[in-house]
Ligand binder design. Structure first.
Ligand SMILES: [Zn+2]
Length: 303
């Protein structure tokens, strides 16, 4: 099953000639989920061929402009494209007020329904689920209320061996029972153990998104062992004081969080535009957590 992360923006507050501010798409089984929606997100979605029409769920971490100023344009484009389908937005509650103010001042109405799901939880909360995945929010620490998101697959069913289906001429009903863990009684009344009929279900994959936050020493209470952790790394160690003052993290601190949460791979981003190249930030992270990569706009990562 497809589980990919597409980076639409890897800069912090200021866009540069090569990096837009924060937005990402989680692609799961042909379904896109948008995380944050900075200025320029629409163009990045187009460039990366993410189908607008399939977008039904948008997750907003916090209400700083570099994470939401692309949202109003995107909602307006949906209107122009004749969208009828409902849209779900998971965000801190004040976003509803901001969005209604923009629409009212401009005498605009949308032809489709927007469902706001306010994020207010003080702990880890399940905010979305479908047949295959669950999305949780959890609080981070920044100069505004901010939430991280955890995308995780649901436990998978066992796979039934193809040769078993032919050998025992299994019916659909029997296949369903075996996949759910039952044994099989054959025509001679003998019990065939479930372990002989099935192969192990695939690994449960997960992705954690943590942006605009101080490094949190207890983040491992919300998740551990994710396949990929995205953690902001706005600053280099030499600017650690500034990082603290602005409620951000350094690349080294992001790597320490990857270690703390026993993440399998770390993706750093949200780079300050003061760094013309980010080799230094990547180097500082790799020293602590070797399996680190640096986000680039347009990058696609398979989980
Ligand atoms: Zn922020």
């Amino acid at each position: 099953m497809q589980f990919q992360i597409r980076i639409l923006g890897s800069s912090s507050a200021l866009p540069t000639s090569t990096r837009m501010p924060t937005a990402q798409v989680v692609l799961y089984n042909e379904t896109p989920f948008l995380i944050d929606c900075a200025e320029g997100t629409q163009m990045q979605l187009r460039k990366c061929s993410v189908p607008f029409g399939k977008l039904q769920n948008i997750f907003i971490s916090h209400l700083h402009g570099d994470h939401i100023y692309g949202l109003f344009g995107l909602l307006s484009s949906f209107n122009l494209l004749g969208r009828k389908q409902e849209l779900n937005i998971y965000a801190p509650p004040k976003l509803k007020e901001i969005y209604e103010t923009v629409l009212n001042l401009n005498n605009d109405t949308l032809k489709y329904k927007v469902n706001f799901h306010p994020l207010m939880g003080e702990g880890k909360e399940l905010i979305f689920e479908n047949k295959n995945i669950e999305v949780y929010s959890f609080p981070l620490k920044h100069s505004k209320p901010v939430f991280g998101f955890l995308f995780t697959e649901k436990p998978k069913q066992k796979n039934i061996r193809k040769d078993v289906i032919e050998r025992y001429e299994l019916t659909i009903a029997e296949i369903i029972k075996i996949k759910a863990g039952e044994d099989l009684i054959d025509e001679f009344g003998e019990i065939i153990q479930n372990s002989e009929l099935t192969t192990k279900p695939g690994e449960i994959r997960s992705y954690a998104f943590c942006t605009d936050t101080l490094p949190l020493k207890d983040l491992n209470k919300y998740f551990t062992k994710v396949n990929l952790l995205y953690h902001e790394a706005t600053f280099a160690t030499e600017d650690e004081e500034l990082s603290k003052e602005t409620f951000h993290s350094t690349a080294k601190q992001a790597a320490e969080i990857a270690k703390l949460t026993e993440s399998k791979k770390l993706l750093i981003g949200h780079f300050s535009s003061r760094y013309k190249v980010i080799d230094k930030l990547l180097g500082e992270a790799v020293e602590v957590f070797p399996d680190t990569i640096a986000a680039d706009d347009g990058m696609l990562i398979d989980l």
